[in-house]
Design a protein around this ligand. Structure first.
Ligand SMILES: [Zn+2]
Length: 126
């Protein structure tokens, strides 16, 4: 589907069990504004490099995508974001480095101020 916010393409993927924030079994991350939308259908082989070359692949990809989508409402979803970023780390990726790279990716137009959110996330994790 296309992003309802900006009209760009999205990457759809299955949401793991146990995340109360998500009503639907799947989510779609916008490849331009990084908004996260609930959807019904997921792509069994989501290609997160469509979002950015900076995006991790493998086990880090889905928790990173969910965390990026929730950064917009970090205060509300603080515990979930922290848990997701821990999963990214456990998969061998530095989530703060990914947020940095996304913030500096000229092909993106994030609706969230990623540089500010990165600082807030770093503070939460101290
Ligand atoms: Zn969008």
């Amino acid at each position: 589907m296309d992003c309802p916010d900006c009209g760009a393409a999205t990457v759809t993927f299955a949401v793991p069990d146990g995340l109360d924030e998500f009503d639907e079994p799947a989510a779609a991350l916008c490849t331009r504004c990084l908004a996260l939308h609930s959807v019904q259908e997921s792509d069994p082989n989501p290609d997160f490099t469509a979002v950015s070359d900076a995006f991790p692949t493998g086990a880090a990809a889905v928790p990173m995508a969910l965390a990026v989508g929730l950064l917009d409402s970090l205060v509300l979803h603080r515990e979930t974001v922290e848990m997701l970023l821990e999963r990214v780390e456990q998969a061998g990726t530095d989530p703060l480095l990914v947020i940095d790279r996304l913030a500096n990716d000229p092909t993106l137009d994030p609706k969230t101020d990623l540089a500010t959110r990165r600082r807030q996330v770093a503070q939460l994790r101290d």
